[in-house]
Design a protein around this ligand. Structure first.
Ligand code: SF4
Length: 363
């Protein structure tokens, strides 16, 4: 792990054995009438090349919800994304993951038992109305908790709109599980230090009750290990080395990094901003390295650099390999279902409320 914390390592642009690629290509053709392939932007190139649809979490959730004519959805991403696809599709769709153990470390930082404990404490101590919001990077159980408590899912692309909805319907937001997206969104609304209160699991700070009553946004202390790597010093270094460079980062980065950048946005927004920039522009991008590398190839009239000149990849996103994809497809060809992701009916129906509320609010 190169001495990194769990979930992140240096980028290596791994390429699969061509004979495996040929076998997947042939199987994809054989299975094309009843199978669709979805891949997240942070997947390896030798996985993304097979995708019928690529996107960030929001786009993939929306596209999964539209799938009516294919029985099998092969989902190349991390576990919560495949869960969202299962929740949003009709029960006769079957969602498969090449690597079902590929979880998102950020999503796993919000444990449902701890969240329930904190929620009960907040209900007893805080008088005003709290709306729970969870970033889409969360487990189905957390989405279900939010759904049954009148809350809503958000993504990095629509968090601002979701906050507006919350403050029209309540007094405070409990934001799960990404402290940085929560803080960046709150500060973009003009909220300051006194409006924020950090929740470190069920180990409350001595003044937690005062802080929770004072604050407008209660932040769960989770984070993405990849985006947390970027530092303000990386931005200063890039600006010195490349005068005139533009910096764009994902809002899972810390607030000082977002503030020191020229722009911030979801992966889809990052792609669009660079695509629409002038030919010859030079960009440094603070997000997962596979995507940055691919953007550079997509828009050769621009220079696209890794922020800090160091690429970081998400360990669990990289666990989906062509070898594992081939195994799932081989089984499917033989009529066997391998690595199905299925959310139990009660969790799915409560999580659906939270996901669907997001889709209704954001249109
Ligand atoms: S890049 Fe970060 S948020 Fe995305 S799957 Fe990996 S750990 Fe989770």
């Amino acid at each position: 792990m190169n001495g990194f914390e769990k979930g992140v390592e240096f980028f290596t642009n791994t390429k699969a054995d061509p004979s495996i690629i040929d076998k997947i290509t042939a199987l994809k053709e054989t299975l094309k009438d009843n199978t669709v392939f979805l891949a997240h932007h942070y997947q390896r190139d030798d996985i993304v090349q097979f995708a019928d649809i690529t996107g960030d979490s929001l786009k993939l959730a929306r596209e999964a919800a539209k799938i009516k004519d294919k029985k099998y959805i092969v989902f190349c991403g991390v576990h919560f994304m495949a869960e969202s696809a299962d929740i949003l599709t009709t029960p006769d769709r079957i969602v498969l993951m090449p690597e079902p153990m590929a979880g998102c470390p950020l999503a796993e930082m919000a444990d449902i038992a701890e969240v329930e404990y904190v929620w009960r404490y907040l209900k007893d101590t805080v008088q005003s109305k709290i709306i729970p919001v969870t970033y889409i990077n969360s487990t189905a159980k957390i989405k279900a908790f939010v759904g049954r408590n009148g809350g809503v899912v958000c993504t990095s692309g629509n968090a601002s709109k979701i906050f507006d909805w919350c403050f029209n319907h309540g007094d405070k937001v409990l934001f799960l599980p990404d402290r940085y997206l929560g803080e960046n969104t709150a500060r973009s609304k003009g909220l300051g230090d006194n409006d924020l209160c950090m929740i470190t699991g069920n180990k409350f700070e001595p003044d937690f009750s005062g802080c929770a009553n004072r604050a407008k946004v209660l932040l769960w202390d989770g984070y993405c290990s990849v985006h947390r790597r970027f530092k303000v010093e990386d931005i200063m270094k890039m600006r010195t080395e490349y005068p005139g460079i533009k910096i764009i980062v994902h809002p899972e980065c810390s607030h000082p990094v977002v503030r020191a950048s020229d722009e911030s946005g979801s992966t889809e927004q990052i792609i669009r901003v660079i695509q629409e920039s002038k030919p010859g522009s030079v960009w440094a991008v603070g997000t997962e390295a596979h995507l940055i590398h691919r953007i550079g190839n997509l828009f050769p009239d621009k220079t696209v650099l890794q922020l800090g000149n160091r690429g970081y990849q998400c360990v669990t996103m990289s666990q989906t390999t062509p070898e594992k994809l081939l195994k799932v497809l081989d089984a499917l060809k033989d009529g066997r279902i391998m690595n199905r992701i299925q959310v139990d009916a009660k969790t799915a129906s409560e999580a659906y409320m939270a996901l669907n509320r997001m889709l209704e609010i954001t249109g």
